[in-house]
Design a binder for this molecule. Sequence first.
Ligand code: FES
Length: 148
Amino acid sequence: MATLLARHAQRPGALLPLLHDVQDALGYVPADSVPLISEGLGLSRAEVHGVISYYHFFRSTPPGRQVVQVCRAEACQACGSEALMAQAERLLGCAPHATRADGAVSLEPVYCLGLCASSPAIQINDRVHARVTPERLARLVSDMAVQP
Ligand code: FES
């Protein structure tokens, strides 16, 4: 945390880039990092917490060993992402916004993966997938080897 704070502390608008770096490093933004970030950037704890809770992207708890994200933004919704989310929930045995009890997988809604012209889109770990059909989702989940 000290290294990340040192990298960002003197930059204007440092909070969002710092939070991204913390999540990249740890997979989430731990609650006990909020006072450190607050002090390091000269912001109130409420400001830091407010930004973390405002953006869906930031996690406050550790993710599963694998993460499935289904885009719920407009273009993907128009192309069936609601049904994909429901299918992913059934296939993974994991509710949206949750991590399965065995820690194998998290299922998260996201709000645009930058593939709007190729909707619906999902991301599995670091890899995005466009034009995802129910059949393709079933194959992708099967390849993850995380079935409950
Ligand atoms: S709306 Fe889903 S990728 Fe943009």
